[in-house]
Design a binder for this molecule. Structure first.
Ligand code: COI
Length: 369
């Protein structure tokens, strides 16, 4: 559903009661994840026959939606996740935004939502971060950032099942520290065998809310079994490792291979995942994208062939994986070590690029302010 319209511009209406400096600084000192939002948000509207119009930066606040809005019934919705990083000189950057823009286009096609051109996507990020730049944490030694959440939903008030004729795009922003409340420590994973996250021909590769909703039952089962996150297998054969629902997975072998499940159409094409694959080569690892049988994980943990496992995503960056538990068993590959050397060095290398502490040889950074 592409439609050529003039590039969007975003008219700014500043809020009259922005958060006082001291309050904002208190949030930035200890941001947590996803609980506090900046003073403003972006909105734009698409209508069939008109294309994208009405770009705005407005005070952050409740949205008005008819109870019959299609998104509330048929979940026609997609989103993205990215971050703005403050560098030592005060400038603000984001990481591979064109990759998120392109993924949003792919998600939109899958969910029959309108395509938002890459330049409009980028302009919307710049517009919001410009106005809310005081909300981007400083202190480049840490890893606090401003999490950006672009999203798009069927706002048309209509109960017929068909692609909506009116759609809203929005961007909100939230200061972010560590995604997991316990900080960076190995997560315990629950192997979900009763629930699949996405199936063949489904929406697994799209970043749509429904995928995350369908991961919650497995996630809850994991929590009930003392785990932090669930890991999902392919829906057809229940044999191959897919992803965690919100993160991709990597295995480091004792002969220096870095193995990750290949993109089968039901796995999210993570921007962090693709960056890790690129960095791995430079760090002397042999990247391998292929199907990974769950039995290989269990056997590799027992034999010592798998020496490190980590999960990655924009929000949690790179998180070491500890134990894997399932109904009736468990395995742990760590041999008493909490945080493997490969996991640590890939994590540091990625963060160093994002925060401007290392040269950006890939051209991954885009300046926002
Ligand atoms: C991200 O890493 O940005 C994600 O999308 C994961 C989650 C917070 C939904």
């Amino acid at each position: 559903m592409s439609q050529t319209t003039a590039p969007l511009t975003f008219e700014v209406t500043r809020r009259s009661d922005p958060r006082p400096d001291a309050e904002r600084e208190a949030v930035l000192a200890n941001p947590g994840f996803g609980t506090t939002f900046t003073d403003h948000m972006v909105t734009a509207t698409w209508r069939r026959g008109e294309g994208w119009t009405d770009g705005k930066v407005v005070p952050y606040g409740p949205i008005t939606l008819m109870p019959s809005a299609a998104v509330l019934h048929y979940a026609q919705e997609i989103f993205e996740g990215m971050k703005a990083y403050r560098h030592e000189d005060g400038s603000i950057w984001t990481f591979r935004p064109e990759a998120n823009a392109q993924r949003m286009l792919r998600s939109a096609r899958r969910m029959t939502l309108p395509e938002l051109p890459e330049e409009d996507f980028l302009a919307s990020l710049r517009a919001l971060v410009e106005v809310d730049q005081a909300w981007v944490p400083s202190g480049t030694s840490g890893e606090s950032s401003l999490y950006l959440r672009p999203f798009m939903y069927a706002s048309e008030a209509f109960l017929g099942v068909r692609p909506a004729a009116e759609v809203t795009y929005s961007v909100i922003a939230s200061p972010a520290g560590a995604y997991f409340s316990g900080g960076i420590k190995p997560v315990t994973l629950w192997l979900s065998t009763d629930y699949a996250r996405a199936g063949e021909g489904g929406t697994g590769a799209a970043k749509c809310g429904g995928n995350y909703a369908s991961s919650l039952a497995g996630q809850l089962e994991g929590i009930e079994n003392g785990c932090d996150q669930a890991v999902f297998l392919d829906a057809s054969t229940h044999t191959y490792v897919e992803e965690l629902g919100g993160m991709n997975l990597f295995f480091v072998t004792k002969d220096n291979r870095l193995v990750t499940p290949e993109l089968t159409g039901s796995i999210l094409e993570g921007v962090t995942r693709s960056s890790v694959l690129a960095l791995a080569k430079e760090m002397g690892l042999e990247p391998e994208e292929r199907r990974v049988p769950i039995q290989e994980w269990k056997d590799g943990a027992a034999s010592g062939d798998i020496v490190e496992i980590f999960a990655c995503g924009t929000a949690a960056v790179i998180t070491p994986v500890g134990e894997l538990r399932w109904d009736g068993g468990s395995c742990d590959h760590r041999g008493g070590v909490d945080y493997g050397e490969v996991t640590r060095s890939i994590r540091e290398r990625l963060l160093d690029i994002q925060y401007g502490r290392a040269e950006d040889t890939h051209g991954w950074l885009t300046r926002l302010v």
